[in-house]
Design a protein around this ligand. Structure first.
Ligand code: GZL
Length: 306
């Protein structure tokens, strides 16, 4: 590991067409489908070969998937690490194998694998800022008074860790906002529904829901309604991603706001590879600009949502 940390980043020759790997974490929600479609569409447009692997929600399998890409001696690897820690070692293995690797979407444990030293760059959203913006919106909307149930994303994933921290740090200044329960719904609708069904029983006093993604918010809504609550009327919901269904739910009044987390990485990811091959200096972090969708802009932006 120490040896690998000392070496320079793997080089990448300028070529008309590349053979790259995209190691996806799972294919279990519209956000994942949109990311994969964006990578596949851009590869097709460029005439590159894209080897796609799906870890089906297992960090262990994702490690094996990256290793298989290293063994296939691809030109470069695009990895969205399902969880921060388990994927750090294999990022170092790619470097030792002389294969440039780009971390996209989710982050990796940077105390082990550093951008600019061990992998080329992190390309993705600022999850801490997303959490902070969700909190800022909730404070404004509730006048700084709410009892919140938080539905966390996948445990150990950088979006879940940073969305929780961004939200918690912001509400520290507002003692009237209290998180009464915080539990992982693993970014899925099904688990969001189950977790909300149990939390709403133990916390009937709740007046707001902060979901780390739209899918869990859509799981929570039927559980809240089954408990006699009226989402958008006697309980306010804020989530993250900004998918089509979320914008429609904002227009319908059931969802209060969703912070955008743009899944369309293809063009930026592949352009960054081309820039790197051309010898351009690549920033260690390329952060997406995310908007906040609420009732002031959801209608206008619905058609462009994923
Ligand atoms: C965020 C991404 C998250 C989405 C979820 O960049 O990793 O994973 O917010 C998805 O919808 O499952």
């Amino acid at each position: 590991l120490a040896a690998a940390q000392g070496d320079a980043l793997p080089k990448l020759p300028v070529k008309a067409k590349y053979r790259v790997c995209f190691n996806q974490s799972e294919m279990d929600n519209p956000w994942r489908f949109a990311l994969t479609a964006s990578m596949e569409d851009e590869a097709k447009r460029l005439g590159w070969t894209l080897i796609f692997t799906n870890a089906n929600g297992s960090a262990k399998k994702q490690v094996a998937d990256v290793r298989s890409c290293i063994a296939q001696r691809v030109d470069a690897i695009f990895l969205t690490p399902r969880e921060k820690k388990p994927l750090a070692t294999v990022v170092m293995e790619a470097k030792r194998a002389g294969i440039p690797l780009f971390v996209i979407d989710r982050g990796v444990d940077e105390t082990v694998a550093k951008p600019g030293r061990d992998f080329i760059s992190f390309i993705g959203s600022d999850f801490y800022e997303e959490g902070r913006r969700a909190a800022e919106w909730l404070v404004k909307t509730t006048g700084g008074k709410a009892k919140v149930i938080e539905l966390q994303g996948t445990e150990g994933s950088s979006p879940a860790l940073n969305r929780q921290k961004g939200f918690a740090d912001y509400i520290r200044k507002y003692p009237g906002i209290q998180v009464v329960a915080s539990k992982s719904g693993n970014f899925t609708r099904e688990e969001g529904q189950k977790v909300m069904a149990s939390l709403i029983k133990s916390h009937p006093e709740v007046t707001a829901v902060y979901a780390h993604n739209d899918e869990m918010a859509f799981g929570a809504i039927p559980s809240l309604e089954a408990a006699g609550r009226k989402p958008g009327k006697d309980i306010v919901l804020v989530s993250i991603d900004g998918n089509k269904e979320a914008l429609q739910a904002i227009i319908d009044g059931k969802l209060g706001a969703s912070v955008e987390c743009n899944p369309r990485f293809g063009p930026k990811a592949f352009q960054t590879l081309k820039d790197y091959a051309a010898g351009k200096k690549i920033p260690t972090r390329l952060v997406n600009d995310d908007r906040l969708f609420d009732k002031t802009n959801a209608k206008a932006l619905l058609s462009s949502a994923f």
